[in-house]
Design a protein around this ligand. Structure first.
Ligand code: FES
Length: 87
């Protein structure tokens, strides 16, 4: 799920085995929108050139991207997903 907080940085929420992870929704290779890619277990594939990232750590796990994507702390409380954008 792609969300846009008031500050404008797109954030992607990923459900991995029932746990929610939040990452910046922008590929570090050339700005692809990761939210349009496929999430298989903890790995999301960029739809533009196929880079892959581990959404639990942000680490790039397949080229052409080498830099990690930003991750954000997440807390689920009373059915609400809270993302700390300042961490
Ligand atoms: S923009 Fe994502 S792999 Fe190129």
């Amino acid at each position: 799920m792609r969300v846009t907080p008031r500050r404008g940085e797109h954030v992607l929420l990923c459900n991995v085995g029932g746990s929610i992870y939040a990452v910046r929704d922008m590929c570090t290779h050339d700005g692809g929108i990761l939210g349009f890619g496929d999430l298989k277990e903890e790995v999301i594939e960029c739809p533009r050139h196929g880079a892959k990232f581990d959404v639990t750590t942000g680490k790039a796990v397949a080229p052409p991207a080498t830099a990690p994507i930003r991750t954000y702390p997440v807390r689920v409380q009373d059915g609400q997903i809270e993302v700390d954008l300042d961490a």
